[in-house]
Design a protein around this ligand. Structure first.
Ligand code: FAD
Length: 296
């Protein structure tokens, strides 16, 4: 539909924000400034990504623990099964449960850099659907899983990929969060296909506010998200003009969420990239307002 504005009586949508664990002290400060700026918007949950191997994974655990200890936010810990035995994954999940974490974003993960294709660990959960079932055996977690409006890059076909999403839901997941996309029609058609396949849990669009177009174009090629030509045109000539780029990015994302909202979407997940400003502005446009501090 055409979107001139949103009805003012519409309740603000449910929001969630994704962060990644930073690698340096300076980036750590940037992350926590971002968390504190977004916290008053009272998101339904905030999620923390999980990388491959030792210290990267420890950073996720530490960040999730700090969110529990020091903020009013509800954390959702991403957890992958690539490269780990079932026992190792179960131990991580149990430690989260004991630390008060009740929500896991359950993912397969990708083959390590340098390996041509994904091979399941011999004693591991082979795919995300197996991981979901395993996590449910550990404890009664709330579980979100990944979905791909443009199909996962290595899926055999559209229908295999939708069947896979259905298996993840049947195993106990209660929400799917999508890979980011820029063409709203692609997402809306995906919702129709998922519904036709009997998937009735919320499928939450993953919104990536783009301020560094060049970087996003490069990354999108790897994760199977297409970047429409009109978008390249919008950022044309702005490589050395970050200020204008950010304004273009804000208007682009605002248009995208307003169109989704007008089509009935009432839950949004933001890939914040640990920066608050664009996400905050777009959440504001969607009707989110900072929670008033409790009266003394
Ligand atoms: P699955 O659902 O297991 O699917 C992977 C592929 O295998 C699909 O092509 C599927 O169709 C196919 N498949 C499934 N079952 C079978 C089967 N039995 N036989 C044959 N093929 C099968 N990665 C990280 O490393 N850390 C993160 O924190 C992280 N967070 C993410 C958050 C979101 C919202 C999204 C969308 C992705 C995230 N990723 C993350 C990336 C994710 O790990 C990759 O996209 C990965 O390639 C697939 O993970 P999945 O959970 O979707 O896998």
């Amino acid at each position: 539909p055409r979107v001139a504005g949103l009805p003012t009586e519409m309740a603000p949508p449910a929001l969630s924000f994704e962060f990644f664990p930073p690698r340096t002290d300076a980036l750590e400060q940037q992350l926590w400034a971002c968390v504190r700026r977004l916290e008053p918007l009272a998101p339904r949950f905030v999620s923390v990504t999980y990388g491959a191997g030792g210290t990267t994974q420890e950073r996720t655990h530490a960040m999730v623990a700090r969110l529990v200890r020091e903020t009013s936010l509800t954390p959702a810990a991403h957890l992958t099964c690539v490269g780990a035995s079932r026992g190792e994954v179960d131990d991580v999940a149990r430690a989260y449960w004991d630390a008060g974490v009740r929500h896991i974003v359950a993912l397969r993960g990708d083959a390590p850099a340098g390996e041509a294709s994904y091979v399941p660990h011999p004693e591991g959960y082979a795919y995300a659907a197996d991981l979901v079932a395993g996590l449910k055996r550990v404890a009664d977690f709330e579980i979100s899983v990944a979905a791909y409006p443009e199909i996962h890059p290595t899926a055999q076909s559209d229908s295999h990929d939708i069947d896979n999403l259905k298996r993840k839901i049947d195993a106990g997941a209660t929400r799917a969060i999508t890979q980011y996309f820029f063409d709203t029609d692609v997402f809306l058609r995906f919702l129709d296909r998922a519904l036709a396949a009997g998937i009735t849990v919320p499928i939450v669009p993953g919104i990536l506010p783009v301020s560094n177009f060049k970087q996003v174009a490069k990354f999108s090629a790897m994760c199977g998200a297409s970047v429409p030509a009109w978008m390249g045109k919008l950022f044309e000539g702005l490589d050395d003009d970050p200020e204008t780029r950010r304004m273009v990015a804000a208007s682009l994302a605002a248009e995208q969420v307003r169109l989704l909202r007008a089509n009935g979407v009432d839950e949004f997940h933001f890939y914040t990239l640990n920066r608050a400003d664009l996400t905050y502005a777009i959440a504001h446009i969607l009707g989110a307002r900072p929670r008033q501090p409790a009266a003394a």
